[in-house]
Design a protein around this ligand. Structure first.
Ligand code: G3P
Ligand code: MG
Length: 245
């Protein structure tokens, strides 16, 4: 499949300018001219795919406890924006289906990071991919599904084999190419500050696009793009222009 994705991608929706993984974040990315966003998808206690990063509610909502043990009705009562600033108070936790529709409406391409809570790898991968397939059916550009979880990627492949997938790493192991191949992944996603020249050269020679996270310095972003990184994920959509490349 031909690789087509924006070279600058806003992290967790709107980066630092809005509460992460919210509608406000997606709108913020679009307002700043970004054409691509990354966000995290986890399952609620009812098994609904929602936009959420942590396994627990404390950091980004007024709630407490595990996301995987909290019902949709309880999640709907939480404020996912107030922690970031009073301006965002009352921001809901988006259902993935609604966030996907908003991306389409705003013309945003999406890197959907499948973020299973402990033990929910297959179910999260399967549900996120099935939903992505449904919402983006017939869209010009399909979303890119990525995950640190091999189980989630395997399940996503089974549920929606036609959607491109990316394998996420912290430290990249020596056998990354074999893993990508085994999982049928199109891209390698890694920490920008652990990407050495040898790894980049190896990926280039193999024709594998490399997506790096999280670059918040414009000089670093420019350097990485010049070196041939396919895309840069950033929190600083205020200082890194979407057309930097
Ligand atoms: O997808 C890249 C990046 O989002 C991975 O780290 O923890 O921000 O989801 P994290
Ligand atoms: Mg993420």
């Amino acid at each position: 499949m031909a690789w087509r994705c924006p070279r600058l991608i806003a992290h967790r929706g709107g980066g630092t300018l809005a509460p992460e993984n919210t509608f406000a974040g997606l709108r913020m990315a679009a307002q700043h001219g970004y054409r691509g966003v990354e966000f995290d998808v986890m399952l609620s206690g009812d098994g609904t795919p929602i936009l959420f990063h942590d396994e627990t509610l404390e950091r980004t909502t007024g709630g407490a406890g595990r996301v995987a043990e909290t019902s949709d009705a309880e999640l709907a009562r939480l404020d996912a924006g107030g922690w970031h600033g009073s301006h965002f108070a009352g921001e809901p936790i988006p259902a993935f289906a609604d966030a996907a529709e908003l991306c389409l409406a705003l013309g945003l391409w999406a890197n959907v990071e499948i973020k299973p809570s402990r033990g929910a790898d297959s179910e999260t991968g399967r549900k996120a991919a099935a939903l992505a397939r449904e919402v983006w059916a017939g869209a010009l550009l399909p979303p890119l599904l990525s995950s640190f979880s091999v189980g989630a990627l395997e399940a996503a492949r089974e549920a929606a084999p036609e959607l491109p997938r990316g394998l996420l790493y912290g430290p990249v192991p020596a056998n990354w190419r074999g893993e990508l191949k085994r999982l049928g992944c199109a891209s390698l996603h890694c920490d920008a500050y652990r990407l050495g020249p040898a790894l980049l050269a190896e990926a280039k020679a193999a024709g594998v696009p490399v997506v790096v996270y999280t670059v918040n310095d414009i000089v670093d972003a420019e350097r990485l793009l010049r070196l041939g990184v396919a895309a840069v994920i950033t929190d600083r959509i205020d200082i890194i222009p979407p057309d930097l490349a």
